[in-house]
Write a protein that binds this ligand. Structure first.
Ligand code: AMP
Length: 410
């Protein structure tokens, strides 16, 4: 007997590499304040059909669907977000205030034609953040993705970004793309002719030269509203100031219905046809669409098998939060975020305020996190090149030059 096509055994020698990769990921996720969530491998099929979209190829072509002994329609999970959202709502977590940061790690199942880098059972590490609409949350999630790639010794990656706008924009984009592509129906491949009615956005990332030629001039961002444009610009500006390299990709649409606003993918030059290491984006409407309270959200998933293929071999290393960086106004967030990134890069677990909220609330959060020290940046401090360091236990605080942060071990 043999393992099913598209599934593989991970033998002990290789499992050690998996464990190392997982440990490195868990440590990094701790640095950013994420907590693990584990959901079942099987779900009611509707969890996926309702969220991913009836027309999504994962649903129509790739989902392992079966009737269980009670005649229920059950699916092996093809991805992680829908299950996490289902759990988030089922356990009333959508009714608690604040921001929730989750990660998951485990197998996913898709009945795709197996090839190099493409399996029927593969593994994903994913993160989901609920409760923040801040563009700086997008930025922090992208910083986390990049940090994971660094910690995993993956080089030659390219981060591609786009904005799909809000739900209204998406509807507009869908109609416009469909109308434009309909004019050239006969030049599209057979699959894309079918996608024209059901899932026209998917045509934009079809690899067939004919389809690429037809869709070349289309930029979905042109139909995105003013608010969503502002959100995206803030994300791009902050990424630039943090020196995170990225490319704008006007054809990056992702395959699923739930994505809104920022969408992204990381590809790797050395992987051949299946070059995506991971991808994700905002899904501000999904929690509500699945029956929960309104909760803006963002997440990504990376494919572990592909990370292992892309990894430079050798090396190791990296530790609950020790320090929290607060801001007096939202304008100091980029500076605070840059310092959080610097501290995390030194292996110091750091939290940072990303929201427009009073300092008092931030200090309450810092106390809850149990950090020893809080760093506070206000407009005056930023102008003067200083920072307020507050000892959480005694409540004493003093101004220090920024250079003191470089040496502080916290
Ligand atoms: P997706 O949910 O399709 O965006 O997938 C996220 C990541 O999971 C991809 O970028 C891949 O790294 C990985 N992935 C997706 N499908 C497969 C597959 N069939 N085999 C191996 N890895 C996969």
């Amino acid at each position: 007997m043999k393992a099913l096509g598209g599934t593989s055994d991970i033998l002990p020698k290789e499992a050690a590499l998996w464990q190392q990769l997982e440990q490195e990921a868990r440590r990094t996720l701790d640095l950013y304040g994420y907590q693990e969530i584990r959901t079942p491998l099987i779900e009611e099929a509707a969890v996926f059909t309702h969220s991913l979209g009836e027309a999504a190829e994962i649903v129509t072509k790739q989902m392992y669907l079966f009737q269980d002994r009670g005649g229920r329609s059950v699916a092996l999970r093809p991805e992680g977000t829908a299950s996490v959202v289902r759990a988030f709502i089922e356990h009333g977590l959508d009714k608690t205030a604040g921001i929730s940061r989750f990660y998951y790690l485990g197998p996913m199942f898709r009945a795709e034609r197996p090839q190099k880098g493409r399996q029927r059972q593969f593994h994903q590490l994913g993160v989901e953040v609920f409760g923040s609409a801040s563009p700086y949350q997008d930025v922090e999630v992208l910083c986390l993705l990049v940090r994971l790639l660094e910690i995993w010794r993956v080089q030659d990656w390219v981060l591609k970004l786009n904005s799909l706008g809000c739900r209204e924009d998406r509807r507009k984009i869908l109609e416009e793309v469909r109308a434009k592509l309909k004019l050239h129906r006969s030049r599209l491949c057979e699959d894309c002719q079918n996608r024209l009615e059901k899932n026209p956005l998917r045509i934009l990332d079809c690899k067939e030269p004919g389809c690429q030629q037809v869709s070349r001039g289309i930029d979905v961002f042109e139909s995105v509203c003013q608010n969503c444009r502002g959100h995206f610009q803030t994300v791009l500006d902050a990424l630039k100031s943090l020196r995170v390299p990225f490319e704008r990709d006007p054809h990056l649409v992702r395959g699923l219905d739930y994505y809104t606003r920022t969408a992204f993918e990381v590809v790797h030059g050395g992987l051949g046809a299946q070059d995506a290491l991971g991808g994700g984006g905002r899904y501000d409407e999904l929690v509500q669409a699945m029956g929960g309270n309104t909760a803006p959200a963002i997440g990504f998933a990376v494919g572990i098998e592909r990370i292992l293929m892309a990894q430079e071999k050798g090396g190791l290393e990296s530790p609950s939060l020790k320090v929290f960086i607060a801001t007096v106004t939202p304008r100091e967030i980029p500076v605070a975020l840059a310092w959080a990134e610097k501290l995390r890069a030194r292996g110091i677990p750091a939290g940072v305020n990303l929201e427009d909220r009073p300092l008092k609330r931030q200090m309450e959060q810092a106390a809850k996190l149990g950090v020893k020290q809080a760093l506070i940046f206000g407009p005056d401090e930023v102008n003067a090149g200083v920072v307020i360091i507050k000892e959480m236990k005694s409540g004493q605080q003093e101004k220090q030059p920024l250079s003191s942060l470089e040496a502080n071990e916290f």
